[in-house]
Design a protein around this ligand. Structure first.
Ligand code: BG6
Length: 481
């Protein structure tokens, strides 16, 4: 279904995110027929480029970042016709008049802030000062949204001085992932799971976001951030919220975000023994590159490229069920999943306990999106009642055919939601602040102690102590593969 006509201004259009994700994503939406003929995309950045030069740049970005099967020359040409370019100076006055003149008054207007986070507040001010912010205007703000509670509050206050909350779209691209949204469908469109979805029946939850890549060219940014700020405060907490939240009364932006906020507020402080931080080291010869200290360009760095935490949600539903979170760079494989391990049945009527395992519901976010429920059955054959665990395995690709493989990228879905004016998959200001309010004391405590992250081998499953974090509770992490 096509969205309403729009002018989307991508500020920072020559940057990495715009070239890798935003512009290719917009092309895919164009190809899917979701853009009405009147939809236009304006690149804006500091470089003094002609429109033709910018279009050539976009053509290169599409060639590099869109599947070959989707590169149709006629469609690419039609897409490029939608594109314009204006050079602007975010900190000065240049270009804003031209940008204003290029925009139409009667269509949806959105500005995507794909710039350094230090410029978010200034950009909002400029838009206002130069009369570009109409009541219909939406702004899309990338992460990181602040680096602690104080900076997030200050940024919220600056944005709020120029835009109403319903105009502000704070992106967490994890919320745009297909399976992440599916979490809500699985929970709230089936009767099967919800009655068991609590501490009485769930032993624990594991959330893993493992990456095979290192911090590579982003070392300078990453070293000031670390896994806690880069992944846990936003993506991992959002996943936790979707699992832990109460059913919203309706699939409505504020109803969903109210429930997520309650979960974040119920998070307990995490004591030192429940946190493991790591830093990857590369043994020579390193097949995938150098170690973290080299990648970060900081031989004295104490920033973590891995973190595992045991988290408690202190409310009626979850007290007694820990959530184990882990994320890291240069791990064995790229895999993101949520695994919900149920408790043992209260009584076993079978003598054969050998093959017995708990039920586990695994939601695979990437790669190979799907859902896997491990159940016990009788091992076939005449050998008596022997139990064996088997997967009820549903990959989107097999269950949905073509539709299951052609999953839109998180960014393209979220940008279309901005145009539609749907904030369900965007973070509200109070949510971001609550997430920092939980994160800040955890970071402050390890900084005050002067903790050093533990080394782990690049290509491994992370530091040894992370295994212990679960072993000591009589549990184990699922394998990263
Ligand atoms: C980003 C982080 O938000 O998410 C990166 O800044 C990380 O460090 C990325 O690599 C992971 O996203 P995805 O979609 O590849 O899992």
């Amino acid at each position: 279904i096509p969205v309403d006509p729009f002018d989307l201004v991508v500020i920072g259009a020559t940057g990495d995110l715009a070239q890798r994700k935003i512009l290719p994503g917009l092309y895919r939406r164009h190809l899917a027929g979701q853009m009405p003929p009147e939809a236009r995309i304006l690149g804006a950045a500091r470089s003094d480029l002609t429109e033709a030069a910018f279009r050539a740049m976009v053509a290169d970005a599409l060639a590099a970042h869109v599947d070959a099967a989707k590169q149709h020359p006629a469609e690419i040409a039609a897409f490029l016709k939608r594109i314009g370019y204006v050079a602007i100076d975010v900190s000065g006055a240049a270009g804003w008049g031209a940008l204003k003149a290029a925009l139409r008054p009667d269509v949806v207007r959105a500005f995507y802030f794909s710039v350094a986070p230090g410029l978010f507040g200034e950009l909002a001010e400029r838009l206002h000062e130069h009369g570009l912010a109409t009541p219909q205007t939406r702004i899309v703000v990338e992460k990181p949204f602040g680096r602690d509670l104080a900076s997030a509050r200050a940024l919220n206050a600056t944005l709020a001085a120029h835009f109403a909350e319903h105009q502000i779209y704070r992106i967490d691209h994890y919320l745009g992932k297909e399976t992440v949204q599916n979490l809500m469908a699985v929970r709230f469109a089936n009767i099967l799971f919800e009655p068991l979805w609590n501490a009485q029946y769930i032993d624990h939850v594991q959330i893993t976001v493992a990456e095979a890549v290192g911090v590579g060219g982003r070392g300078a940014y990453y070293d000031k951030s670390g896994a806690m700020r880069d992944m846990v405060q936003n993506h991992m907490l959002q996943l936790l919220c979707l699992i832990a939240m109460e059913p919203p009364w309706h699939f409505d932006p504020d109803a969903v975000r109210d429930e997520k906020l309650k979960v974040i507020r119920a998070l307990q402080p995490v004591p030192a023994p429940d946190i493991v931080r790591g830093q990857y080291v590369a043994r020579d010869p390193a097949p995938g590159g150098a170690g973290y200290l080299h990648d970060a360009g900081n031989p004295a760095s104490r920033t973590e490229s891995y973190i595992a935490l045991k988290v408690h949600v202190a409310n009626w539903r979850w007290t007694g069920t820990p959530f184990y979170l882990r994320t890291g760079k240069r791990l064995r494989a790229r895999t993101s999943e949520i695994a919900i391990t149920f408790k043992e049945p209260p009584h076993s009527i079978f003598d054969d306990a050998r093959g017995w395992r708990e039920n586990v519901l695994v939601i695979r976010l990437q790669p190979n999106e799907g859902i896997n429920l491990k159940v016990m059955i009788k091992e076939p054959g005449p050998g008596g009642m022997r139990l064996v665990q088997v997967p009820l395995d549903m990959s989107f690709a097999t269950a949905l055919g073509e539709d299951g493989t052609d999953i839109p990228d998180a960014y393209e879905r979220l940008i279309m939601d901005v145009i539609r004016g749907n904030q369900t998959l965007f973070m509200r200001g109070d949510e971001v602040e609550a997430a920092w309010a939980w994160t800040d004391p955890i970071i402050a405590a390890w900084e005050a102690r002067g903790d050093r992250p533990q080394p782990y081998d690049a290509g491994s499953s992370g530091p040894e102590d992370a295994l212990m974090l679960m072993h000591r509770d009589g549990r184990r992490w699922r394998e990263i593969r």
